[in-house]
Design a protein around this ligand. Sequence first.
Ligand code: ADP
Ligand code: MG
Length: 472
Amino acid sequence: MSIENEGWSRVKARLRTEVGEDVFTSWFARMDLEGLDDDGVRLSVPTRFLKSWIQSHYTDRLLSCWQAEQPKIGRIEVTVRTAMRPPVIKAKAPEAAVSREVAFREHKSNGHAYPSAMSPTAVFESLGGSPLDPRLTFETFVIGRSNTLAHAAAKQVAAGRRGDSVMFNPLYIHAGVGLGKTHLLQAIAWAGTTERKVLYLSAEKFMYGFVSALRAQNTLAFKDSLRGIDVLVIDDLQFLQGKSTQNEFCHTLNALIDAGRQVVIAADRPPLDLETLDERVRSRLAGGLVVEMGSLGEELRLEILKSRVIAARAMHPGFDVPLPVLAFVAKAVTHNGRDLEGALNRLLAHSKLTGQPITLELAEREVRDLIRPQEPKRVKIEDIQRVVARQYNVSRSDLLSARRTANVVRPRQVAMYLAKTMTLRSLPEIGRRFGGRDHTTVLHAVRKIEGLVGNDSALAEEIELLKRQLQD
Ligand code: ADP
Ligand code: MG
């Protein structure tokens, strides 16, 4: 472990003792050290909510913990790290030995950790749940192959009335980043606001409410405030941290479901993969309707873009993007809905600032950095064997056989070479797939062909041709 990391571990241990186990896991468990110099520390957390919470409540505490370690430190900077960029320095915190009882007692004596005057009900009232984005409704949600089922289930849930028997409970939607989870969840929340009491909360807000309740010794009011609602919608459940928060979540979940109230949950992975959650919670979550949303297909991306242009035009009447440009963006920006939105915002900004029409060239320039390299197509060993056999007019079983005649030895070596260079399979694995050969045989074949293509341009060309056939 580097000296920096050791220091960071000690700071975390100190912090954990000072604020108690629950506060620590709620707010600091996902904090990483990004950088350290003589007088300043850079720390990162995964969400903006965490950042502002820590800044407004714990800057002094963090600073004093660091100063105990390195007296010269005078500056703490907290940043939000993006999902794409892993932190530079990572240190695993040692498990704390603080007992829960002690931790709770420290909560109470910890003067400035929470706005103690606030009762948990007040907390939720002041929160009113997490804020809803008026753009995220069913009207603006575009349906495509990857989200039909999730959309239908969400619609069904949103159409429920107070007292109806609940069909899917909980409804659990999982998908990767930017694929529309929050959009669907907020659409449910918007749709329900008139008749039923719907509470939309990020998992972090749930934690906030509960930990505040602990602090105010008012968990009963917290439970009441949650159990009085008809539909509980929790977003990004993978962020739920801390044993007692999770226990409380488990109780809430059971109580609501048993009372016939609707629970809707979104997370970035299926219930059984939420490693930090208790086995019971995971199976309860898996017991409702679990729906996955896949990646946005090109058609769906185009439809989303079109609807975004129409929406933008309501505010900016002059804004127009020709269809070929939209088609280009839909083709090029493949990653997720957030990047699509970003691409369109740039085009909009450009159009507003310059007043010039949006051309394909302009779009290419503006969205260049949003284009991620296409994942190369996955090539399978069977495909390689099939294509090579056809090319050299032998059978696939010849390639796998023990025969050593020249007309099968060379094709077999070519096929093994392609398997090594075009797939991620290991030498032993390739050997197994070629009739149970030893990995040294495969290595020999790969070296042989590598040596030959340097001098034999006909063979080099043949191999290029095979590669091309395998890649389309
Ligand atoms: P997640 O919560 O899964 O990370 P979001 O719901 O925040 O993703 O979606 C990211 C962006 O993509 C949002 O602007 C959202 O409106 C948009 N988006 C995703 N899927 C759709 C869809 N099917 N129709 C319209 N917009 C979508
Ligand atoms: Mg989301």
